[in-house]
Design a protein around this ligand. Structure first.
Ligand SMILES: [Zn+2]
Length: 181
């Protein structure tokens, strides 16, 4: 990220990503009623808005309804959306899914166009406080998660998990308030 250092690091923002609060106006999605037919894990419900924004157009046109689809939250399962026996995988949608795709062009934050390769670049150049820099980027400005993120919600939780896999703490700068979109 080019203008990383110009990003504001001090933000007064919500606490929803810490788990101590359920909502700050950030979108959340409910657990699915059905399990993913491929992996057997119960995912999360997604809205018709999310599905319509993410699914390739010809597939949207082929569906009678966009209701009642779920997002598979299993990182090692290729299914992205499912309903009954209908499955859509990574090739059927426009975005690359953070938790399911290791391609460097996969977004971490869809709304702010922060990609995995931007993070890798920060690692390679030994940037300090990567966690809080990423948090600042995600927290800055407007978000349209329901449309931009294939999960249909704020990317915060997935980004925190991703950073944790590199032993990077989201809260590596104690002066930065907890943020979410
Ligand atoms: Zn699955």
């Amino acid at each position: 990220m080019e203008n990383l250092n110009q990003q504001k690091l001090h933000r007064s923002s919500c606490d929803c990503s810490s788990g101590s609060q359920t909502s700050c106006g950030c979108l959340t999605n409910k657990s699915a009623d059905e399990a993913c037919p491929k992996c057997g894990i119960k995912g999360l419900k997604v809205s018709q808005t999310t599905l319509k924004s993410q699914l390739k157009k010809e597939l949207v046109d082929g569906l009678k309804t966009l209701e009642d689809f779920n997002f598979c939250t299993n990182p090692v399962c290729d299914t992205v959306y499912y309903r009954d026996e209908i499955l859509f995988n990574q090739n059927d949608i426009k975005s690359k899914v953070t938790i399911k795709n290791s391609h460097p062009d996969t977004p971490l934050c869809y709304c702010k166009s922060l990609l995995k390769k931007d993070f890798y670049h920060m690692l390679e150049t030994n940037e300090a406080n990567i966690g809080s820099k990423i948090k600042a980027i995600i927290s800055d400005g407007k978000s349209v998660c329901e449309k931009s993120n294939p999960k249909g919600v704020c990317c915060t939780e997935d980004v925190k998990e991703f950073l944790k896999s590199y032993n990077i703490n989201w809260d590596d700068d104690i002066n930065t308030k907890l943020g979410c979109c």
